[in-house]
Design a protein around this ligand. Sequence first.
Ligand SMILES: *Cc1c(COP(=O)(O)O)cnc(C)c1O
Length: 374
Amino acid sequence: MIPIAKPYLTEEDANAPHDVILSGWVTQGPKVQEFEENFAEYVGAKHAVAVSSCTTALHLAMLVAGVGEGDEVICPSMSYIATANSIRYANAIPVFAEVGDDYNLDIDDAQKKITSKTKAILLVHQIGMPADIDAFRQLCEAHNVILIEDAACAVGSAYNGQKIGSHSELVCFSFHPRKVITTGDGGMITTSNPKFAERLKRLRQHGVSVTDRARHSADKIIFEEYLELGYNYRMTDIQASVGIKQLEKLDKIIEKRRTIALRYHQELGDLDFLCLPVAKEGSFSNYQSYSIYLKENCPVSRDELMQKLFDAGVSSRRGIMTAHRELAYRDLCKDVSLPVSEDLADNSILIPLFAQMTEEEQNYVIKSIRSAFK
Ligand SMILES: *Cc1c(COP(=O)(O)O)cnc(C)c1O
């Protein structure tokens, strides 16, 4: 069976935690700081704050953005469910807007959904494809709304020549193994705002006034204080040591992913009943996933295609989910109507793409897809 995805992990990544473990300092410490500094430099942000996942990153981003009880935050329903959940953790209300054929938030629909209660727009760079940040930034400025980016899938992607993570004040990344680089689980928030960085660091560690590391390395006794309600959302040094090595390989991983994506474009581009995820002018995708949408004139249904691929030994997955149709959202979403998101979610599939994929494997996937339509 050819898998849908595979983390790119090497001997070097496996060896990285060795010294960390023997040092005795295994939770957030010097390795987390080193990973943060390297990550901030890589994306071109002033600050990076490591946390336990992108989900916890998004929760903290909501809090520092001032999102709270009764506020509305506009986001796509068509995303991994953590996007919308993070808004609810802050006691705010997710207001779902439609997406376009690039699976990213539709700006006209987002604009229609702005009310006097709108506090933020949570912009997702779906499957690594950058959304139109400039347009959303203008919209947010015009309505005095904060822009938060869910860049869980978009590490290493770029928009107008600049890496995702450098454009706005709160950008959240994931290092789950299904994403482009991994620390097992893990997340990062980048910001250019030093006040945000300081508060994020406090919130991830129980709201404490001094870090363990500062206390341990001080030349006098320091007593910590707890300044506000915080959380335990720390990344460990064990994870960060892997992250440092993964980040060094990121450009190489993306190059491989893009080569594979380009071949899919070339080899499937003539099938006019498919929509392929081709990047728009000015946007550079890491191709975290390769999604194909089956148009109405497609000779087979989505489920038939998936079954045929399965029978041929090729993994595929249903397209990106919609949150509003899940049980966890039923009460909140009684009146929600999102026909475009539902159609995209119901008629698209993800096909195998991973950096180690061989040419033979990809040829086989392409052949299997093409013969499913015969
Ligand atoms: C994966 C994903 C998340 C959650 O990331 P975790 O690190 O697993 O918490 C959030 N948003 C989007 C768009 C994702 O794809």
